[in-house]
Design a protein around this ligand. Structure first.
Ligand code: NAP
Length: 305
């Protein structure tokens, strides 16, 4: 049990909907209310029962809540927070699920002066979005990174930790700046590469679109899945985590150049050594239970490649 009695969720898409469903399943005694700016999403959220009640305004949804979780795109966090300012119950904890943390923490602090703000990022998601995309098991065995400000109340951090653990997540605490650097390399840069390579392949004149689709099992298919992720979300992630992404992009470009040089100079040893090192990283990810060791991630239609 997390100690929270009423959770308000603002933004009822993939993340908000999944939290709502997980609360209903794993914390059945906790009251849940929700709001989404999109009327069609509100209607769908009510039909799916994503929260116990779907409200007509953000202020109505947060009234009486002791935990408020903002589940809107990173670029909309400040506006969503401004909408609930003045409606928060005294002592309520305000958290979020944004994929970058430093700029979100600043936006929340500016919009909600004096509020107990404890940002978080569940490192769990899919390429789908909207109120139909959520499911209760999304956070099971996934990490949730909490980035409390220096003056955060330890009891509130502990309560938020217990909340995420009740939803099935493993919780880690770190500074917002460190989170942004880690996620730049583990999530943001891979998405940028996927967006690039899928665009590059589809622009090639000597390879037809039909061939790109037909032979996509050769590694390309996994890039297309990532590159299908929500454009609004990812635009906001790159703009908000700009500094860390640019730092990692520079390092990546230098490493890519080194591999290019190895190919140009036919340096098989350098390529072999690099690929051996990366294979060991993949094996450690599987050993930590963060992915599936089966060929092609256990897809039944494994086509090799
Ligand atoms: P989503 O499925 O698109 O849902 C976001 C919802 O918030 C949309 O229905 C959107 O409506 C609504 N919204 C936008 N501004 C709002 C406002 N001011 N007040 C109330 N509702 C508002 O997005 P998501 O994938 O759940 O992502 C939500 C957050 O989770 C983002 O910050 C993202 O960085 C983070 N996150 C995502 C993933 C992932 O894999 N998707 C993983 C971890 C964390 P409109 O469509 O009308 O704008």
């Amino acid at each position: 049990m997390s100690g929270f009695r009423h959770v308000a969720i603002i933004g009822l898409g993939l993340l908000g909907g999944s939290i709502g469903l997980a609360v209903r399943e794993f914390l059945p005694g906790v009251v849940s209310t929700g709001y989404d700016a999109d009327p069609a999403a509100r209607q769908r959220a009510a039909e799916r029962g994503l929260t116990g009640m779907v409200c007509a305004s953000a202020a109505e949804a947060v009234a009486g809540a002791d935990l408020v979780i903002l589940c809107v795109p990173v670029g909309a966090m400040g506006a969503a927070a401004a909408e609930i300012a003045g409606a928060l119950a005294p002592g309520a904890v305000v958290s979020d699920v944004g994929s970058s943390k430093r700029t979100v923490a600043e936006a929340l602090a500016a919009a909600l002066p004096g509020a107990a703000i404890i940002p978080a990022h569940p490192v769990a998601g899919t390429e789908h979005s909207g109120p139909d995309a959520g499911f209760a098991a999304l956070f099971r065995k996934r990490w949730c990174i909490i980035t409390p400000p220096d003056n955060a109340d330890p009891a509130q951090v502990a309560a938020l930790t217990a909340f995420w653990e009740a939803l099935g997540a493993k919780v880690e605490t770190m500074s917002a700046g460190h989170h942004d650097l880690v996620l730049a390399v583990t999530s943001h840069l891979p998405h940028l590469i996927a967006y690039t390579i899928v665009g590059t392949a589809s622009d090639l004149e000597e390879v037809t679109r039909g061939e790109v689709i037909k032979y996509s099992a050769g590694g390309f298919r996994d890039f297309t899945r990532i590159a299908a992720s929500d454009p609004t979300m990812w635009r906001d992630v790159f703009l908000s985590n700009r500094d860390a992404v640019l730092e990692m992009l520079d390092t990546f470009s230098a490493d890519l150049d080194a591999l290019r040089t190895a190919i140009v100079s036919r340096d098989g040893d350098a390529l072999f050594e690099h690929f051996t090192r990366t294979r060991a990283i993949r094996r450690s990810i599987i050993a930590e239970g963060q992915d599936d060791a089966r060929p092609d991630f256990g897809r039944s239609d494994h086509a090799g490649g």
